[in-house]
Design a protein around this ligand. Structure first.
Ligand code: ZN
Length: 501
């Protein structure tokens, strides 16, 4: 069986013996168009047999053959056209349910579990007194209303028109938006930016491929450091990553902004000079490159990787539930179509595995004392652990540094962050990057950050927020950098990451 991939999310499979004139059977995806969610458009392509005819050996009349070929190309062409265009979101809304008590939480969980792919949960139901954000198409609004009513739940509309908000996010109209940080950048623009930065500042920036994605794309890392280091640096390192969840576009944008600040101000700002002298900065702006490209080109709200497994109905796994520390323990799904699908086993996702291997090797050469994983949205500055409510033994120090960082951040634009451990602040979520960094690598300062906003725009933050978010986050990074530099616990680091209970 030959599998033909058209470059879009279209697969036509030929059962062909290679005999001239044998068209064989053509299996065309049975596209359930009009359904919703990251899983549905592109993963749920059941194969539908279209009997073009198993022409055995070219005995048929030539005219009949031509007709079959023509039908084949029309069908394949039609399906390709259907799937190649990026999805539109006309009539889609974002609704919010606030869970007032446990009964609300249970009710909204039932909706989540029953909805299948008809609803896209931007924020999943996890805790009492939490906000659950649900995107729904025009077609399924009545369906959702009925479910909400049955559950005694109230919802308010947060985004009236998703398509309009999406266009606002993607638009480049003003002079300001034409600037690099005035708009969001796709993967090739980001890669180009990294190489340009490396070429412009060869003394302090090195760009290299840290891993290769499932679909074969390079994942790039920037090393930023002062130029006077020995070839084999042994000074402490800090690792910053963005874009592990591909729909969270503000994350790569902010990580790039921070990188730019560190690089461009090295020669001007004595504090930044100190940060580069004291630490080697390893920065990956886009971790989940396949998902990011998919989010740009096909389905804006794609979160996971793009891996495929036999017997899985949907593509991808949640790369932030896939790390090999207490994997699969809590806050994960074993359903491949769910956004929190942990993968078939720990480190099943090649991006996660390779970067974890890289960091393990790096940590053996120079201690990684800081680790920050940027997400969006909710305004949270979180510490481990996520798999359970246990706390690392230096929780208080981590908490204090995060408090100082978010205090500095608030002074810029008044943006408020909540600080605390993942399991308490949002919900239990095992197999995440910072649990692994803390629990396995024993990095003393590890943070998962949910950038702005609190849900007014959610994933669709307009580009005018990139610079203000970058500026305020940079103030927090200065504080974190100083805290990490001041860390003198290399001897006790071996114990630092172990849970206390
Ligand atoms: Zn995320």
């Amino acid at each position: 069986m030959q599998k033909v991939q058209t470059g879009c999310e279209v697969y036509s499979e030929k059962l062909s013996g290679g005999i001239p004139g044998n068209i064989g059977l053509v299996l065309v995806p049975n596209v359930v168009w009009g359904t919703l969610s990251s899983s549905s458009h592109y993963c749920q392509l059941g194969y539908h047999k279209l009997a073009i005819g198993a022409d055995s050996g070219g005995n048929g009349v030539a005219g009949s053959m031509m007709l079959k070929l023509a039908i084949l190309f029309i069908i394949v062409g039609f399906v390709a056209k259907l799937n190649c265009d990026p999805a539109r979101y006309d009539g889609y809304k974002l609704l919010r349910v606030h869970t007032r008590h446990r009964r609300d939480l249970e009710a909204v969980k039932r909706i989540h579990d029953a909805a299948d792919e008809r609803l896209d949960f931007w924020r999943e139901p996890r805790s009492v007194h939490g906000d659950v954000d649900i995107m729904v198409s025009a077609e399924h609004q009545d369906y959702l209303s009925d479910l909400l009513q049955d559950g005694g739940l109230e919802a308010k509309t947060i985004i009236e028109d998703i398509q309009e908000a999406f266009e606002e996010q993607s638009a480049i109209n003003t002079e300001e938006e034409k600037e690099f940080f005035g708009s969001y950048q796709n993967l090739s623009q980001i890669n180009e930016w990294m190489f340009t930065l490396g070429a412009d500042y060869p003394d302090i920036v090195t760009v290299y491929e840290i891993a290769t994605s499932y679909e074969g794309r390079p994942i790039h890392c920037l090393k930023v450091s002062d130029p006077y280091q020995a070839a084999e640096s042994t000074k402490p390192a800090i690792f910053i990553m963005g874009g592990i969840h591909s729909r969270e576009w503000l994350s790569p944008a902010t990580v790039m902004f921070i990188t730019n600040e560190l690089v461009e101000n090295y020669g001007i700002d004595s504090e930044i000079k100190e940060l580069l002298e004291g630490l080697d900065w390893y920065i990956v702006p886009v971790f989940n490159v396949d998902g990011y490209v998919f989010s740009w080109e096909k389905y804006r709200f794609w979160r996971k990787t793009r891996s495929e497994y036999d017997h899985n109905r949907c593509k991808g796994a949640d790369p932030n539930r896939n790390w090999d520390f207490e994997w699969g323990v809590s806050g994960v799904s074993d359903m491949s179509c769910d956004d929190t699908y942990a993968g078939p086993f720990a480190f099943s996702e090649t991006e996660v595995r390779q970067i974890a291997d890289y960091l393990t090797d790096l940590n053996a050469r120079q201690p990684i004392n800081g680790f920050i994983d940027f997400h969006a949205y909710s305004q949270l500055w979180m510490t481990p652990y996520g798999y359970d409510t246990v706390l690392p033994d230096n929780y208080q120090e981590q908490y204090n540094l995060a408090k100082d960082a978010t205090d500095a951040l608030r002074k810029v634009n008044g943006t408020d962050y909540t600080v605390g451990n993942i399991a308490d602040v949002i919900y239990k979520a095992s197999g995440n990057s910072v649990d692994w960094a803390r629990g396995k690598l024993r990095v003393p300062y590890t943070y998962a950050v949910e950038l702005p906003d609190k849900g007014r725009y959610g994933f669709l933050m307009p580009p005018r927020y990139i610079i203000p978010t970058g500026e305020e986050t940079m103030e927090a990074i200065r504080v974190i950098g100083q805290g990490v530099m001041a860390y003198k616990g290399s001897a006790s680091k071996l114990d630092a990451g172990l849970p206390t209970a």
